[in-house]
Design a protein around this ligand. Structure first.
Ligand code: PLP
Length: 237
């Protein structure tokens, strides 16, 4: 099978399982967007995929910038950790940043965005599971920083929350993490600071190749899927 055929088959099977998960949970399939994560993909595969799909995710700002410049018709989302010295590059090339993981980073984004006269679309990354290895606001940090975060809403568009579940097949561990992100969003969206500034947090970025089905059942609007999209693609000799 050619790379194009493999990608088509993978995408259609992912879209089918997204639709099935939506049906089970009474959701409209158009409320879930696939972010195809290209971080480990060969450039040829990325080019083929751009004929079939138009929302891509990269976890490194440098590779995102290079690839965005070559495929500007695609919407590129930054999903990985952002150092403060890479903020300008990220803002110039990313349509959305999913990984705003601290107040200091948010403050830097606000400063750089003003200088560039941009109003970037952002998601706040939350460490719901509490694993040491994961970055992000703790739920309590996000609650206590909320007045300050929402003050920046003239400079940045805060569109929702992102999380990563622990790496396990055990649904009884991952499902509460996804549900926890949704409940935290619901709680923050009704805070007076949010209502005053019309911050409704519609987006929940959660779910990867191994766990996107339970994530959708718990309310994901953006699923970040890499290995399932490129499964079976082979490097040309
Ligand atoms: C790599 C990555 C993904 C996609 O992972 P797969 O398991 O390959 O689907 C999703 N989110 C983040 C933040 C990533 O770094």
């Amino acid at each position: 099978m050619s790379v194009a055929e493999t990608l088509q088959k993978n995408l259609s099977s992912i879209h089918d399982s997204i639709a099935a998960a939506c049906q089970r949970s009474g959701r409209d399939p158009s409320s879930v967007r696939l972010v195809a994560v290209t971080k480990y993909a060969e450039w040829e595969w990325v080019q083929e995929l751009s004929r079939l799909h138009s929302t891509f995710g990269e976890n490194r700002p440098q590779q995102l910038a290079e690839r965005q410049a070559l495929l500007p018709q695609v919407e590129w989302h930054l999903i990985g950790q952002l150092q403060r010295n890479k903020v300008k590059q990220a803002l110039q090339h990313a349509a959305m940043i999913h990984s705003v993981d601290s107040l200091r980073l948010l403050q830097e984004i606000v400063k750089v965005a003003r200088g560039l006269n941009l109003r970037p679309r952002l998601l706040l990354q939350v460490n719901v599971s509490g694993e040491e290895s994961k970055s992000g606001f703790t739920p309590d940090e996000l609650r206590s920083s909320w007045p300050e975060i929402t003050e920046h809403s003239e400079s940045v568009s805060i569109e929702g929350l992102m999380t990563m579940a622990p790496e396990t097949d055990d649904l009884s561990i991952v499902r509460p993490v996804f549900a926890g992100l949704r409940l935290l969003r619901d709680e923050l969206a009704v805070r007076p600071e949010s209502q005053q500034r019309r911050i409704s947090l519609p987006e929940l970025s959660m779910g990867m190749s191994g766990d996107y089905v339970p994530a959708i059942e718990e309310g994901a609007t953006l699923v970040r899927i890499g290995s399932r999209v490129f499964e079976g693609c082979e490097v040309q000799p």
